[in-house]
Design a protein around this ligand. Structure first.
Ligand SMILES: [Zn+2]
Length: 133
């Protein structure tokens, strides 16, 4: 099966639609988005709540780019390196189900994210509580 896939797509050529879906943002725009997100998130990691200087902040797509999340305000927060690595390409509901504490911090600190994403986090927290009970 996988051999057939390789056969159909010669090496060195982008898979159709593959690279276009992942938008590439110019570095200057990325820096501006990161600075804005860092300020909006109260200069802390939205998942563990620890304050950090801009240089240590990493830009995180709440809805991951790998799953079609966009590089737009409303989907961008800052996280510390360890939290960002932990979250990886997980869907927000998967990540929050594993880390309800992160979801609570997220609701508190990610002030400018889309309301749907916050609803997502709130839901994960109440499910986690229900599980614990
Ligand atoms: Zn963190």
């Amino acid at each position: 099966m996988s051999r057939l896939w390789q056969f159909r797509r010669p090496i060195g050529r982008a898979p159709r639609g593959g690279f276009e879906r992942r938008e590439s943002i110019p570095p200057t725009l990325k820096r501006a988005l990161k600075t804005a997100a860092w300020r909006d998130c109260g200069q802390r990691c939205v998942y563990c709540g620890v304050g950090m200087p801009l240089a240590e902040a990493t830009l995180d797509h709440v809805h991951p780019m790998a799953h079609g999340g966009r590089s737009q305000p409303g989907n961008l927060v800052v996280a510390c390196g360890p939290c960002n690595r932990l979250k990886g390409d997980l869907h927000p509901h998967e990540f929050f189900a594993r880390r309800p504490d992160a979801a609570e911090n997220f609701m508190r600190y990610a002030r400018t994210v889309h309301r749907a994403l916050k609803r997502n986090a709130r839901r994960a927290v109440s499910l986690a509580w229900a599980d614990a009970a």
